[in-house]
Design a protein around this ligand. Structure first.
Ligand SMILES: [Fe+2]
Length: 239
C-alpha cells in the first residue's frame, strides 16, 4: 500500500504534470479538494483526477465553481479567487462541473486495518474552517472521530500532528503553496508511516498561462508573484 495524498492543485497543470513525471510510485491516490481556481488550466487537472484518483473530497473552491458562486474581493487570495472564478467556470465542461459537485465533503476508508478520514478543511466544517498547526485545536475537532489518519488540506501549508491516537496529516498544496516555498508539496502514506515531500516544477509555464489570459493586469501580476514566491508578496512599507 503506497498512497499518494494530494490537495489544493488549483488548476496548476504544469505542477501536477511535473509531480507525475518525477515518477513517484503509488498504487492509490487520495485527493483532499480544491482542484480549481487560481491556476487557469482546470480541465487537464480534472481529467487527471478522473483517471487517477482512488477517492477524494470536495474543497471550498470546487464547491464554488460547481455551484457557480461569484466571489467578491479586492485584496489577496480572495481577489485572486474573484477574478479567476469566472474564467475557471468558463474553461471547464459540464461533465467536470458535475464531477466537482458530486465529490463528497467527507470520505472514510479503511485499508489494511488503517482507518482514514478525508476532509478538505475540518470534520466540523468540511469546506471552510482553517485548521492551524495546533494540537489543542485538533483535539477539539476530533472528538467523536475514530480514525488513525485524518487527512486534510485547505491551509496550503504541509504539516503532521499527533493528536492522541490520530495523525492529522496535511500534504500542503500541489499548485499554490503558501509557506514561502514555491515548490509543490504532497504526502506519501504507507503501512509503515508517512512522508511529507516537495517537488520542483516549471513555475514559468504556469505564469505564462496566467500572463496570456484575459485577467486584469494587476491580477496577473499578483497571481504570478503568489506562484513565484509561494506566498503573497509583502506590501511595500511607506516611509
Ligand atoms: Fe485551496
Amino acid at each position: 500500500m503506497r498512497i499518494l495524498v494530494l490537495s489544493d492543485i488549483h488548476g496548476n497543470w504544469p505542477a501536477l504534470r511535473a509531480l507525475e513525471a518525477q515518477g513517484e510510485p503509488f498504487d492509490m491516490c487520495f485527493f483532499l479538494g480544491d482542484a480549481v481556481d487560481y491556476g487557469l488550466e482546470p480541465t487537464p487537472v480534472i481529467d487527471w483526477l478522473q483517471k487517477k484518483m482512488t477517492c477524494g473530497v470536495r474543497g471550498n473552491h470546487d464547491h464554488g465553481v460547481a455551484q457557480k458562486v461569484q466571489v467578491y474581493g479586492t485584496t489577496g487570495y480572495r481577489y485572486l479567487t474573484a477574478i479567476t472564478r469566472p474564467l475557471t467556470i468558463d474553461r471547464i465542461h459540464e461533465e467536470h462541473r458535475v464531477f466537482l459537485r458530486n465529490l463528497p465533503t467527507t470520505y472514510s476508508i479503511t485499508l489494511n486495518n488503517i482507518r482514514f478520514l478525508l476532509v478538505h478543511a475540518t470534520p466540523r466544517d468540511p469546506l471552510d474552517e482553517f485548521g492551524p498547526v495546533d494540537v489543542e485545536f485538533w483535539r477539539k475537532r476530533l472528538e467523536g472521530v475514530d480514525s488513525d489518519f485524518v487527512l486534510v488540506g485547505h491551509t496550503h501549508i504541509p504539516y503532521a500532528l499527533q493528536v492522541s491516537k490520530t495523525i492529522v496529516l496535511n500534504p500542503g498544496s500541489v499548485g499554490l503553496p503558501r509557506d514561502g516555498d514555491p515548490r509543490g508539496s504532497y504526502a506519501i502514506v504507507t503501512e509503515k508511516g508517512f512522508e511529507l515531500k516537495r517537488f520542483e516544477y516549471p513555475v514559468e509555464e504556469t505564469i505564462q498561462v496566467v500572463m496570456q489570459s484575459p485577467l486584469p493586469e494587476a491580477g496577473k501580476n499578483l497571481l504570478a508573484q503568489a506562484i513565484q514566491l509561494g506566498r503573497m508578496p509583502h506590501r511595500e512599507k511607506k516611509n
